[in-house]
Write a protein that binds this ligand. Structure first.
Ligand code: FAD
Length: 574
């Protein structure tokens, strides 16, 4: 189940590979010209959202808004893979700007999934033709992770027995584009339950607060919204039926979380690439830092590996969504895994990039300092990392129960089959991670350990890494077979990807087995866990670590463009 999608080739959706490349180049040139590094640093320092630039990007000048709108409404109809590539690039350029531009896509998602055909024609065509900026108004001061606690109300206005409209009353918090949008989608509690409404800026009773003074993404406008009986006509109830709001919000999580995953990936790589460039010229103790193994193998290589592992999960999920498997939130767990891994990796990479720059990295003149503050948001908005862990753990726990414990043993079998075809992509070690995970889950079932919320959330973490080891091995195998889709990222050659995958798989197997053991023992109150420990295959996990440092050397060589010796490659896991 974890292996096929990434190797299926390009689904016949979205724009073609050449158009995607042209689009990426055009966006890069446009932003580089409009916002050189000095302006970017100044805007961050002054805490200003460059609304002129956001609007220029969403107008005929660049037309980035068209990428998210289906062709039938005048857009370009990009698919999920296109959107991930574009979001990654935008985040590389500036995460605040990316947030502002893509708030329109987020804001129009309730329309996209829930509106009637006539409503879609009106509102989506309006965005395509006029480059309107949207904002997505879900969060409230007391309803963040738990949106069900929302208090904003939608009171029907009834005339002659007919509901002609609603009056919205309440407050929305932390809304991207809140102070600059033209249109807002607002989640409010109607008599039939939470529902989405489309609200125009300038409506009486609707005001916006001043921008928040934020830690990062200071180029993005974030503001609270005040609703004091603001009137929306009945036809602005999305879908025309009350009570579908939370379901509609759920329906797009697989997709929207992938967007934020791409933000984490882009932010992380933007910082890490700066550290790679810096360490290539910074001389200490007679040689560039890039030649110091203690430096590269702590501050550079592990982060490149984590980011590329997360990419494999993003691409795997995006390909499945484009193949039509994500309808009605079916891939929400996969979206959560992608977001969790990519945003955590992005944060770690940006933090390491500051360390890699030494004192310079700690100053505001160097962009890594800003990127670190910017990328921090990605583990918070669109669902925090802890909520991702819970989402992942709850779903896969059910899979474990429904399959009588076979969910991950079957994935382990698939990975062993992949290992038989490709002994050099870490699939055998990834199989050990999945096998150990099955044992950990079973020990939790027997000991009823998921009653401890901490154990449940730690399972979320282990599940994410075990699954990702499988997708990374599959992606590395596809690269070796020459079957990576054309729209996939092709920065690293197949041997480099294989070395990265082997490093990641070793870490995943080690983490799942040893952390899993720790939490099971830690929550078991002295119960007999001997059988469980056998299932972890700790000896095999340890044996699989052989060759780790040599593989890290290969990854470092790939990152710094140095000639590489032929790979030692043996995956000692089977
Ligand atoms: C810059 C920025 C832009 C944003 N843009 C938008 C936007 O455009 N539209 C929008 O609607 N929202 C937006 N948000 C809101 C964002 O999605 C929320 O901040 C986020 O979902 C977390 O909600 P909260 O802030 O209320 O934190 P809380 O939900 O109060 O969480 C606080 C902490 O508790 C943890 N936690 C919460 N529940 C549990 C639990 N059950 N078990 C264990 N731990 C838990 C969380 O992980 C977190 O660490 C934005 C936020 C920011 C900061």
């Amino acid at each position: 189940m974890l292996t096929p999608a990434v190797t299926e080739g390009d689904a016949d959706t979205g724009i073609d590979a050449e158009t995607l490349k042209m689009t990426l180049d055009t966006i890069k040139e446009f932003v580089a010209k409009a916002m050189p590094e000095e302006r970017q640093l100044q805007l961050d320092h002054d805490d200003v959202c460059p609304e002129d630039l956001v609007r220029a990007m969403c107008s005929d000048e660049l037309g980035v808004h068209l990428l998210f709108i289906p062709e039938q409404y005048g857009g370009m109809g990009c698919d999920t893979v296109d959107v991930y590539r574009i979001c990654e690039l935008m985040a590389r350029l500036d995460l605040g700007l990316a947030t502002s531009v893509f708030a329109t896509s987020l804001g129009s998602d309730p329309i996209f999934v829930g509106a009637t055909p006539a409503q879609k024609r009106t509102w989506l065509t309006d965005i395509a033709e006029h480059g309107l900026l949207y904002a997505y108004g879900a969060t409230e001061p007391e309803a963040g992770s738990d949106l069900g606690a929302l208090k904003t109300t939608a009171t029907p206005v009834v005339e002659d027995g007919q509901t002609t409209g609603y009056r919205l009353t309440g407050r929305k918090q932390w809304i991207s584009n809140g102070g600059i949008a033209d249109m807002y989608t607002i989640l409010a509690r109607a008599p039939g339950g939470p529902s989405w409404f489309v609200l125009k800026r300038g409506t009486e009773g609707f005001t916006q607060n001043r921008p928040e003074d934020k830690h990062g993404i200071r180029l993005s406008n974030t503001a609270a919204l005040f609703l004091d009986g603001a009137f929306v006509p009945a036809e602005n109830l999305i879908g025309g039926i009350e009570g579908l709001g939370l379901i509609q919000a759920q329906m797009v999580f697989g997709y929207t979380r992938l967007t934020v995953a791409a933000f984490g990936l882009g932010g992380g790589w933007s910082a890490l690439d700066r550290a790679i460039a810096y360490s290539s010229t910074r001389i200490q103790a007679g040689a560039p830092l890039s030649q110091k193994q203690g430096y590269t193998h702590k501050l550079i290589v592990p982060h490149a590996v984590l980011l590329e592992a997360a990419r494999s999960y993003i691409e795997y999920t995006a390909a499945r969504i484009d193949a039509g498997q994500g309808e009605n939130g079916a891939l929400n767990t996969e979206g959560a895994i992608a977001k969790y891994l990519a945003t955590e990796a992005g944060n770690l990479a940006a933090d390491a990039a500051i360390q890699a720059h030494g004192g310079y990295g700690y100053t505001r003149d160097y962009l890594v300092e800003k990127i670190k503050r910017d990328v921090r948001i990605t583990t918070i908005y669109e669902g925090t990392s802890e909520i991702m862990e819970m989402t992942i753990a709850r779903d896969r726990w059910q899979q474990h129960l429904k399959s009588a414990g076979h969910y991950y043993t079957e994935i382990a079998s698939e990975l062993r089959a992949l290992h038989a075809r490709h002994a050099d992509v870490g699939a055998g070690t990834a199989a050990l991670a999945s096998g150990a995970l099955a044992s950990v889950l079973e020990a939790c079932r027997v000991g009823r350990l998921t009653r401890s919320q901490h154990v449940l959330l730690r399972l979320g973490e282990l599940i994410a890494h075990a699954e990702c080891a499988g997708t990374f091995a599959a992606r590395a195998a596809a690269a070796l077979d020459g079957t990576l889709p054309a729209k996939s990222d092709h920065r690293f050659d197949p041997e480099a990807l294989a070395a990265m995958s082997r490093v990641y798989a070793r870490n995943a197997a080690h983490r799942v087995a040893h952390e899993g053991l720790r939490w099971v023992l830690g929550a078991s109150q002295g119960a007999d866990t001997a059988a469980f420990e056998t299932g972890l295959r700790l000896d095999a996990v340890r044996a699989a670590q052989a060759g780790l440092v040599a593989d890290m050397d290969s990854v470092a060589d790939a990152l710094y463009g140095r000639p590489r010796p032929p790979p030692p490659t043996q995956d000692r896991s089977s």
